[in-house]
Design a protein around this ligand. Structure first.
Ligand SMILES: *[C@@H]1O[C@H](CO)[C@@H](O)[C@H](O)[C@H]1NC(C)=O
Ligand SMILES: *[C@@H]1O[C@H](CO)[C@@H](O)[C@H](O)[C@H]1NC(C)=O
Ligand SMILES: *[C@@H]1O[C@H](CO)[C@@H](O)[C@H](O)[C@H]1NC(C)=O
Ligand SMILES: *[C@@H]1O[C@H](CO)[C@@H](O)[C@H](O)[C@H]1NC(C)=O
Ligand SMILES: *[C@@H]1O[C@H](CO)[C@@H](O)[C@H](O)[C@H]1NC(C)=O
Ligand SMILES: *[C@@H]1O[C@H](CO)[C@@H](O)[C@H](O)[C@H]1NC(C)=O
Ligand SMILES: *[C@@H]1O[C@H](CO)[C@@H](O)[C@H](O)[C@H]1NC(C)=O
Ligand SMILES: *[C@@H]1O[C@H](CO)[C@@H](O)[C@H](O)[C@H]1NC(C)=O
Ligand SMILES: *[C@@H]1O[C@H](CO)[C@@H](O)[C@H](O)[C@H]1NC(C)=O
Ligand SMILES: *[C@@H]1O[C@H](CO)[C@@H](O)[C@H](O)[C@H]1NC(C)=O
Ligand SMILES: *[C@@H]1O[C@H](CO)[C@@H](O)[C@H](O)[C@H]1NC(C)=O
Ligand SMILES: *[C@@H]1O[C@H](CO)[C@@H](O)[C@H](O)[C@H]1NC(C)=O
Length: 666
């Protein structure tokens, strides 16, 4: 009796903690860090009782001679594989493991790729040594795979009882304990939001197991390495301090890349809020800042050893410092990095010439081509970074920096519009010597407010929209064949949201991110690094198609953008001391979303009809204040339990105290 009671209590507590995470059924992160295969994709050769390997550790399968089994985990997972083996007929028996994110690269002789050419080598386990559990060395932690093949390469018979994966991603997280959530009446958008969140989870790694990049510079993209020749790989480089760090991609590179973080970081914030991984990643970049010049590295260690200069990625580290402060509210952190920020910005400003624009003298960027001179993207990012800096300087009362930076920002805006605006196409040119109008610089011009009017911004976003194809929004600056970059696409998406083109933004998410989720060559769970405008999974900067990453944090823009712009939860100062609630639903009828900052919870529950808000409930922390914008809505806001009433004036309310509010339409 007593025992039963205790069990009941335990069970109800466990259920309650689950119930506190809304919509947790959409979360893609596994329930347990030990994962057994859910599904068999394919068996080659003769394998008896293969189905017994599904779902648990006590199977009774037998490999009879040369044969293989490929498991489909139905989503991207990552970690360390163990194979539990019974008896085998030969001391020389081996089983090999091969991994791939995309079904395109299922192969018993190699994994998908991490180097610029060739497939990655098979990892062999000497299972003829006797019954037991054989586990790959930790350096063979495979960061991301949807398909795992277990291969027997000899005539031996081998009894296999179980295949398990220890999931190593997001080591500092309670994997399903999200602090943010998003739900709407559109299931595709819900899946996109959670896939973005999950992509960033699988890209957070234990920093002792980053990619050693041993073939960087030794195997090149022009090489042709074909089977049976394969390439060695191992993930045993310590890339930064701490127990967890954000990287660009789960399989590759497993390094800290500041550009990638500029999209990933806000999406981390609205979902898992794993800022510890963000801070460890940023610290590794700041620690590599050149003490003399102020230059930040292109990427973290070991890639940083190449000493490549990137004008844009340099700025992205400064943006990362600003975003980290915005979401953590950690002023101690800001103060301790303020000198780094100022010296970094001074480096960029020293490249501004007599035109008022920065002259980019190094080609390294997000692997687009033709980055140089008075490049519009780099100058828009500089303009944005200066404005981030002006905001931080005012928080720190650093008036000298404000006086130095503000005129330079103004001059960039004037010069960019004078030298690079092309009224004939309603787009900025890449630089003065070309007719090419890039996606990156134009999306960034709108995001950074480098434009002179909202009319100019919407001319840009309409021109970008007119270039969309069957699979998404193209980046003509990324070379041939025409590329879709979900990284730059995330900035274009934000540009549409900024321009209040909610319907266009929703259409782009459904088109481009919907393709990435639903196409059978993909993982149905994480977003890939880039692909071609014709829908082939070839990313122009690489020759080696199996190398492309299918879990890249830089492709997760929709997650934060849907929380900010659709649910309308905007933080207008760090951690939401001030905020703006301005939901915009496009063709959606219902949205329910929230996230947390150190001040407390922000949430909104909205219904709309044909774009006009019909019902709204929202909550912001006590002690904060903000504004509400509901264009076309007449009515009043009713606050808290005491029923305070505040009338909307032209659909707006300002200086509203934080708390729980609901809309009553009139
Ligand atoms: C697997 O077998 C072991 C040993 O017989 C047993 O302890 C364990 O409970 C079994 N696990 C499952 C999930 O059946
Ligand atoms: C199994 O055979 C199919 C068809 O030949 C092949 O595509 C696949 O790569 C093989 N799987 C493995 C793990 O070798
Ligand atoms: C199977 O692979 C292992 C590891 O590469 C190798 O040592 C062994 O000779 C191979 N067996 C056969 C029969 O090829
Ligand atoms: C690479 O080598 C293989 C085998 O020698 C050959 O079939 C293939 O055409 C080559 N590919 C390229 C791109 O050179
Ligand atoms: C990483 O593994 C490689 C290959 O086994 C080894 O040569 C290297 O010493 C290891 N590096 C570290 C830092 O452990
Ligand atoms: C810092 O930059 C200076 C000037 O470019 C260069 O000579 C020096 O080697 C750099 N320092 C480091 C540690 O890379
Ligand atoms: C704030 O930043 C400081 C300096 O980087 C760090 O030591 C501290 O742990 C941070 N605080 C929190 C709550 O993260
Ligand atoms: C100007 O832009 C074009 C198109 O991207 C590019 O080909 C060219 O190299 C750029 N100029 C410089 C100086 O980088
Ligand atoms: C940028 O600087 C380089 C190197 O000093 C110079 O060759 C180039 O002409 C400059 N470009 C522009 C557009 O001024
Ligand atoms: C954008 O810049 C214009 C001036 O060009 C300014 O009036 C407007 O307030 C700015 N918008 C924002 C959101 O800062
Ligand atoms: C993709 O994943 C979703 C859950 O996120 C699932 O409902 C759907 O069936 C999966 N699609 C396929 C084709 O497996
Ligand atoms: C929906 O809104 C659009 C644009 O505001 C308008 O043209 C259309 O008539 C509206 N449809 C309905 C059913 O109200």
């Amino acid at each position: 009796m007593n025992l039963i009671l205790t069990l009941t209590v335990v069970a109800s507590v466990a259920q309650k903690s689950l119930a506190t995470v809304p919509y947790s059924n959409y979360i893609l992160a596994p329930e347990s860090r030990t994962i057994y295969p859910p599904r068999i994709h394919q068996v080659n050769g003769t394998l008896t009782n293969s189905k017994s390997l599904i779902g648990g550790p006590n199977g009774t399968a037998t490999f009879n001679g040369v044969s293989s089994i490929t498991f489909d985990y139905t989503k991207n997972i990552g970690g360390v594989v163990s194979v539990k083996v019974g008896k085998s007929s030969s001391p020389d028996a081996f089983v090999g493991l091969t991994y791939t994110e995309s079904s395109l690269w299922i192969n018993g002789q190699g994994s998908d790729a991490t180097a610029d050419a060739g497939l990655d080598e098979v990892i062999w386990l000497p299972v003829g040594e006797g019954p037991g559990t054989y586990t790959v060395e930790r350096k063979y932690d495979r960061g991301a795979f949807r398909y795992l093949s277990v291969v027997s390469n000899s005539s031996a018979t081998i009894d296999v009882q179980g295949v398990s994966v220890y999931y190593t991603a997001a080591p500092a997280q309670d994997l399903r304990g999200y602090s943010g959530y998003f739900h709407s009446n559109d299931e595709l958008l819900n899946r996109v939001w959670y896939a973005g969140a999950y992509t960033n989870q699988i890209c957070a790694i234990d920093p002792k197991w980053g990619n050693a990049l041993v073939h960087l510079g030794t195997i090149t993209k022009d090489q042709n390495i074909s089977l049976p020749e394969t390439v060695t790989w191992y993930n045993n480089a310590t890339i930064t301090e701490g127990r967890s760090a954000m990287t660009d991609g789960a399989k590759r590179d497993r390094e800290v890349w500041p550009g990638d973080m500029s999209v990933a970081l806000p999406s981390v914030f609205v979902s898992t809020n794993d800022l510890e991984s963000v801070r460890n990643a940023l610290n590794s970049l700041v620690s590599l800042q050149n003490a003399t010049t102020g230059l930040m590295p292109y990427a973290g260690f070991p890639f940083s050893d190449l000493g490549i200069v990137s004008f844009t990625y340099h700025l992205y580290t400064l943006i990362g410092i600003s975003y980290y402060h915005q979401y953590s509210g950690n002023v101690t952190y800001l103060r301790s990095h303020w000198d780094n920020f100022k010296r970094g910005l001074a480096w960029s400003l020293s490249y501004i010439d007599e035109t008022g624009l920065m002259n980019v003298t190094s080609s390294a960027d997000w692997l687009r081509v033709g980055m140089g001179g008075h490049n519009i993207e780099a100058n828009a990012i500089l303009y944005y970074t200066i404005n981030q800096g002006l905001n931080l300087a005012s928080i720190l009362n650093d008036s000298a920096s404000v006086a130095d930076w503000a005129p330079k920002a103004d001059a960039i805006k004037v010069a960019a519009n004078k030298l690079l605006w092309n009224p004939a196409t309603s787009l900025f040119l890449d630089n003065e010597t070309t007719t090419l109008s890039p996606q990156d610089g134009n999306a960034w011009a709108v995001k950074a407010n480098l434009t002179l009017s909202t009319a100019q911004s919407s001319a840009i976003t309409n021109a970008l929209k007119s270039r969309w194809g069957t699979y998404g929004a193209p980046s003509p600056e990324a070379g041939v064949p025409l590329t879709i970059s979900p990284f730059i696409g995330s900035f274009e998406l934000e540009a549409h949201f900024i321009g209040q083109e909610t319907q266009d933004a929703l259409d782009l998410i459904r088109l481009q991110w919907g393709f990435m989720l639903n196409d059978p060559r993909m993982t149905n769970s994480t977003f890939m690094e880039g692909y071609s405008a014709d829908g082939s999974l070839h990313y122009a900067p690489y020759n080696n198609d199996p190398r492309v990453s299918h879990a890249h944090g830089w492709s997760t823009g929709p997650t934060s953008l849907m929380s900010f712009y659709i649910a309308g939860l905007h933080l207008t100062s760090s951690i939401g001391r001030t905020w703006k609630i301005s939901p915009a639903l496009g063709d959606l009828t219902d949205v329910d979303a929230g996230f947390e900052t150190p001040l407390g919870k922000f949430s909104s529950t909205v219904s709309a009809c044909n774009g006009t808000v019909k019902a709204l409930k929202f909550a912001t922390p006590k002690g904060t204040k903000g504004s509400v914008s509901l264009p076309g809505v007449k009515g009043e806001l009713i606050g808290g339990t005491r029923g305070v009433i505040v009338k909307l004036v032209n659909g707006e309310v300002n200086d509203l105290p934080g708390g729980e509010w609901r809309l009553r339409c009139s």
